[in-house]
Write a protein that binds this ligand. Structure first.
Ligand code: 13P
Length: 247
């Protein structure tokens, strides 16, 4: 799956333009795509996509709260389900860093998504210092083990491997290395969960039109989580077209 993460970007005007640019450039019969705008634009985007018969494009959220009730500012998984969201991203490194989210909290979010039957897109990834000190696999294993402890994962779960140093930097790891890391992630998830399921694993971090194909050529890279380049409907469509050609 190719997923657009708009982060805290966009406006009413941008969403309208995005859909027009996307539709003008996407190939017919494209694979299932996901798009995660800010909460406030979810309904508008769903309406525009439905009017344009773009039923292969699923709308999701960039995060989810834990439970409901006295939690000011929090949006629960059942509210996302009411909005017809299909998936939600959890554990993004920006949430871990800026909002101090721990693996334990992310695990609670995961449980909430599972109970509302939303597809979880769980992000993991190492810092630059972990990368330099060759601790990538240790960090990822710890994140996965703590986030997935005792969880009976749904078959549709997606893990997104996003090295922190590649996000928004224009730097990317070697696709062959990502392929090996994704294979490792599949193994760890399979042993960490109670139902031995092997998940889809995407790559995220400075994916753009020029480099997308080099990732999609790799057998263990099952898609991409795209930030900056996804803000342009045309670029996102071209990345999705590249994925179609490789799958
Ligand atoms: P960029 O594609 O802008 O590097 O962002 C990646 C990301 O964080 C997607 O979740």
């Amino acid at each position: 799956m190719i997923i657009a993460n708009f982060k805290s970007n966009g406006s009413e005007q941008m969403i309208v333009r995005w859909v027009q640019d996307f539709i003008s450039n996407i190939d017919n019969n494209h694979t299932t795509l996901g798009i995660a705008p800010p909460y406030t634009y979810i309904e508008k985007l769903e309406r525009l996509l439905s009017d344009a018969n773009q039923n292969n494009l699923k709308v999701g959220a960039q995060d989810v709260g834990v439970g409901s009730g006295a939690k000011t500012g929090s949006v629960s998984s059942s509210m996302l389900a009411d909005l017809n969201c299909n998936f939600a991203i959890i554990g993004h490194s920006e949430r871990r860093k800026i909002f101090n989210e721990s693996n334990e909290l992310i695990r609670e979010k995961l449980k909430n998504l599972i109970s509302s039957k939303l597809t979880p897109v769980l992000c993991v990834g190492e810092s630059y210092s972990d990368f330099e000190n060759k601790k990538t696999l240790i960090t990822i294993k710890e994140q996965l083990n703590e986030c997935l402890l005792d969880i009976h994962i749904p078959q549709d779960i997606i893990i997104a491997y996003e090295p922190l140093w590649a996000i928004g930097s224009g730097k990317t790891p070697n696709p062959t290395d990502v392929n090996e890391i994704n294979e490792y992630i599949k193994d760890v998830v399979q042993s960490a969960t109670s139902n031995n399921y092997v998940p889809s694993v995407c790559y995220g971090g400075s994916v753009d039109v020029a480099n997308a194909g080099s990732f999609f050529d790799c057998s263990n890279i099952d898609g991409a989580l795209v930030g900056g380049a996804s803000l342009d409907g045309k670029k996102f469509a071209l990345i999705a077209n590249e994925f179609n050609r490789n799958n």
